[in-house]
Ligand binder design. Structure first.
Ligand SMILES: Cc1cc2nc3c(=O)[nH]c(=O)nc-3n(C[C@H](O)[C@H](O)[C@H](O)COP(=O)(O)OP(=O)(O)OC[C@H]3O[C@@H](n4cnc5c(N)ncnc54)[C@H](O)[C@@H]3O)c2cc1C
Ligand code: SF4
Length: 624
């Protein structure tokens, strides 16, 4: 089949590309996505009045397609039985419909999503802009105007960003700075990070033999989710949450899927077509007149240049057939692993001639996790959005004049969904017994008394831990990002993606992780707890990293010698000599995280969207 344009992937880059193609008036567009629809099983007790004329829901739409499309529902039980639901949602060769793709490489494990809406289905909704120094350090030419556009895209095509650091919505209050009488209304773990930073960071400044800068000391994060709002005069509900009849209930399960449907996932952007009643979201997929066709369960294998077109070959999981589609314009948005793999395979087969740097500049984004076990005050890690607030710090070698000598680090609090509470508690207790005080051990150890206690619950004891929230009441989980040197390299082995670092530079030895642990230890001490690293880091796995923000693989650079694409996402033609007047493969663009040539030291989607918007606006001559 021939199309005007093809988009591969429906995450952040893919949704930006679909929106831009719609705006550019293209009416014969194919969007290919390897995953299926994932939505909440919950129904609103009192939903808003339906749009007029009524529009189908995702399940109604999916059932009406030929062949019918699969709709799946988030992992559900909020206690340990949910772990079975979670495992059933892992993508494997036997379960190609799975949502969670867990890719295991020698030095690092990478978690990504597979579904309509990409990473937005399982991410924790954080929008954060990297420091200018970090952008300059990796040669990413994005300025404030680019970030303003990206933020505007997040709000216009998804919904207002909200800060959620309080236990309940406090309409009209500045939650960055509640007064002392209202301080108890903060989520306990948000307040714990704030208070610990006030003690730990000045101490670190004194101790360290390097300059140590604290820039944004504790700030609530801007999250892509609905918060309850009301008119200050009438006290009636207003805004997005009022239109949707739902808002964040602090259920602490954003990574697993939001049961009240309060998150701005991109499947809504692609599908909804109306802001409940208004005209906010795209809705390209549901609206047959848009000419934008989504084919889920379609995994792209490779791309071939044929004359002025690209032939995209994909495996259609719905009928187990290999299909092709052609178009003069292709936007690659299959994420770091997906896009790099498609291009490596296309190059291997001789279908595309690309830069020799393909697969390089992979960055872990400095992703790192750690725990403060046995905090003096309760933190109730199972409650609230997964990330609520952050602090940013920078190490700088004294006397070094370069503007990028330091290492930026962002530290966020992190929730742990209730269904994982007993697993996390058990793993930490077994693997890091030193971190557990005698008192905590006594409370948690599975022994005959615990078994009896569970049979005959003791209602007179506050320490008779029964709920998931209590199990993690005193365990704080840090989510950290920093700056590594982006020296990972993807290759294809037996048609499968592999990831390695230079033998003399294993990634775990990168100094960023040592610096992060220094800060975490001090923050933990300030919380009155014991530091415990992530089990795969130094207990089970010989310093394995778990990466949730992979970046690079198709790096941006000025020339084909240094990168796969230029700053406008245009793919260099490897057959053209350096300095050629038109050095690109016409119509081929990369618009996802694989374009980002190094660590951002913060959550990346605002940057991925900014870079994608820059690319599509130049390619299609539209303003989003
Ligand atoms: C647990 C977790 C929490 C996170 N929280 C945050 C956060 O709070 N804030 C933030 O900024 N970032 C967060 N991230 C990272 C964020 O999700 C990713 O950076 C982002 O989704 C990447 O966007 P993308 O457009 O590059 O690709 P993706 O969003 O990964 O989309 C790629 C899409 O392409 C599809 N695809 C892949 N291969 C193929 C193929 N061969 N054919 C067809 N389709 C294909 C995939 O199924 C997927 O839908 C989080 C990630 C994880 C895992
Ligand atoms: S905390 Fe719970 S209710 Fe709020 S957005 Fe996350 S999953 Fe939804």
């Amino acid at each position: 089949m021939a199309f005007d344009a093809i988009v591969i992937g429906t995450g952040f880059g893919g949704t930006v590309a679909a929106a831009a193609l719609h705006k550019a008036g293209k009416t014969n567009v194919l969007v290919l996505e390897r995953g299926t629809w994932w939505i909440t099983p919950e129904k609103l007790g009192k939903p808003p009045a339906p749009a007029q004329p009524p529009k189908p829901t995702i399940p109604e739409f999916a059932a009406a397609q030929q062949p019918a499309e699969t709709v799946q529902y988030w992992p559900r039980p909020d206690h340990k039985r949910g772990i079975a639901d979670l495992l059933a949602a892992v993508r494997t060769s036997a379960n190609k419909k799975g949502l969670y793709e867990y890719s295991i490489f020698k030095e690092a494990h990478i978690l990504t999503a597979s579904g309509v809406g990409g990473g937005s289905l399982l991410y924790s909704n954080v929008n954060l802009r990297p420091k200018d120094e970090v952008l300059n350090g990796i040669g990413l030419n994005l300025n404030q105007a680019d970030y303003d556009k990206s933020r505007a895209f997040m709000e216009k095509y998804r919904g207002k960003l909200n800060k959620i650091v309080t236990k309940i919505p406090l309409p009209g209050k500045n939650v960055d700075n509640l007064g002392p009488d209202e301080d108890y209304l903060y989520l306990d773990r948000s307040r714990a990070l704030r208070d610990a930073s006030k003690v730990a960071l000045p101490k670190l400044k004194q101790q360290l033999g390097v300059e140590f800068t604290v820039t944004d000391e504790w700030k609530p994060l801007e999250l892509s989710l609905l918060e309850y709002e009301e008119d200050p005069n009438t006290h009636k509900p207003i805004g997005d949450a009022a239109d949707a009849h739902t808002h964040c209930e602090r259920q602490g399960r954003c990574l697993l899927g939001c049961l009240p449907a309060a998150r701005h996932t991109l499947n809504k952007t692609l599908f909804q077509g109306h802001k409940f009643q208004g005209q906010l979201f795209g809705g390209y997929i549901r609206d047959p007149s848009s000419g934008i066709t989504l084919t889920p369960q379609a995994k792209v294998l490779h791309i071939k240049r044929t004359g002025n077109n690209y032939e995209v070959t994909y495996e259609d999981y719905r009928n187990n057939q290999t299909q092709t589609a052609t178009a003069p314009i292709v936007f690659l948005a299959a994420g770091v692993l997906g896009t790099t793999e498609i291009l490596l395979r296309s190059q291997d087969k001789g279908f595309l001639n690309l830069s020799k740097t393909l697969g390089s500049h992979f960055s872990t984004n400095g992703d790192f996790g750690g725990f403060a076990v046995g905090t003096k005050n309760p933190v109730y890690t199972t409650r609230g959005p997964i990330n609520t607030c952050d602090i940013r710090v920078k190490f700088e070698t004294a006397g070094n004049p370069s503007p990028f000598t330091g290492t930026w680090i962002t530290i966020e609090d992190s929730g742990i969904p209730a269904m994982l509470a007993s697993f996390v508690k058990g793993a930490l207790e077994t693997l890091d017994p030193q971190a557990f005080s005698q008192q905590m051990k006594a409370l948690w150890s599975p022994n005959v008394f615990t078994a009896l206690r569970n049979l005959f619950p003791d209602t007179s004891s506050p320490d008779n831990f029964q709920t998931e929230a209590e199990m993690l009441s005193n365990i704080f989980f840090f989510n950290v990002m920093g700056t590594d040197d982006a020296s990972g390299k993807f290759t294809l082995h037996n048609n499968k993606l592999d990831l390695n670092w230079p033998a003399n530079k294993p990634i775990w030895k990168n100094p960023v992780f040592g610096k992060i642990e220094k800060v975490l230890r001090e923050l933990t001490a300030a919380m009155g707890g014991q530091y415990a690293s992530f089990p795969l880091w130094d207990k089970l796995g010989d310093h394995k990293l778990i990466i949730t923000h992979p970046l690079g693989g198709c790096p941006i650079a000025p020339t084909v010698a240094d990168g796969v694409i230029d700053e406008f996402g245009r793919v260099f033609d490897g057959s053209k000599p350096q300095g050629a007047a038109d050095p690109f493969l016409p119509g081929l663009f990369v618009v996802d995280g694989s374009a980002i040539p190094g660590a951002l030291a913060c959550n990346p989607t605002l940057t991925i969207a900014a870079q994608a918007i820059k690319t599509v606006e130049k390619a299609l001559g539209v303003a989003l």
